[in-house]
Design a protein around this ligand. Sequence first.
Ligand code: SAM
Length: 377
Amino acid sequence: MSKTLSINKASLTLERLNAICPYFTMFPLPVPLKRLSKAPREDWVLDPFCGRGTTNYAARLLGIKSVGIDSNPVAAAIAEGKMVSVLAEEISNECISILENSPKVTPPEGEFWSFCYHNCTLRDLSTLRAELMKDAQSPQRKALRALILGLLHGPRNKGLPSYLSNQMPRTYASKPDYSVRYWKKHGMKPVYIDLVELVKRKAAYYFTSEQSNVPYYVFCGDSRTLNLIDLGVRFSSVITSPPYYGMRTYVPDQWLRYWFLGGPENVFYKHELQLSHKSPSEFSAQLAGVWENVARSCCPGSVFTIRFGGIHDRKANPKDIVLDSIHGADCKLKVLTTRSAGLSTSGKRQADQFKREMKKPLEEFDFFVRLEEPYNG
Ligand SMILES: C[S@@+](CC[C@H](N)C(=O)[O-])C[C@H]1O[C@@H](n2cnc3c(N)ncnc32)[C@H](O)[C@@H]1O
């Protein structure tokens, strides 16, 4: 793959895989692509808040090795599905093989489930879930898991179906009571979706050709504490976008995808591995802890690119939060530049994804910060 890969028509099919499953706070792909375009192949890049793995995917497109960390299992599973090297046919064969050879499991019961999925679709989905919970180690299973996460819910369309569920948003799963009220009000019963047919069709769409094999690690963990040193890797750059202060609903808003990965059958609100949002100063202190943890595995001179902004229901200055975190970190970090990344209007920005909360666009910022000395603290 050319190092000068640009976002043009030829790379559209590669962009498809980046969008295999929506995630609230997508980082636009050109951001990490641009930052990494001149990086040598020997480099390792880290995203300690990788979300759906945009930084890692950009690194992969450029042949650069990467590590991604996210404490939301949904994010980590999507990110990992985009990093494996696998053919579409292998994914659908794996799906067929699981459905043909695995013991049937009892699907979840109750009004929500009977309205959300046709009983045959839910039966197949539950079988896949049980098997992938037991073992999702192979590239085929990692890709299948990410694919199913993206197909799990979304709007009903007129032609061939694109999603397994009854009518639902694609970006987040609406809450069970609300969903049932909606389906009843609109007289919407779930239709049968042939899971294997959908997987075949969508695998062929997202996994268009064999993807290059570039070394990577994706961890589902807490970037404040995850031990990176044992990996034995030195990072030359960090490209990341932490949760904006006040944004706490990553796991509950993805509750149905979380269920598919082994989570409970209802919305799960408490997720302690997420940064907490009690006050701006406490939030900055946690970010400082992340920078320190990360700096232990960074080469001196490595540059951190940090995109950050605000959300409407929290009156806190995003610039202060990031700058306080940089100055509060025990390692020697120097702020090189801070610049506006524009307004969150394009549909690609973090704040814009929360349509329900969106009032007017908010400014986002890019911070470029250099690690001046090795950090062994
Ligand atoms: C702004 S999003 C990152 C989006 C990412 N740039 C992308 O393109 O998808 C922030 C992410 O930080 C994750 N997160 C929150 N607290 C975390 C923690 N303590 N450790 C690791 N990840 C965390 C959230 O789950 C969320 O996915």
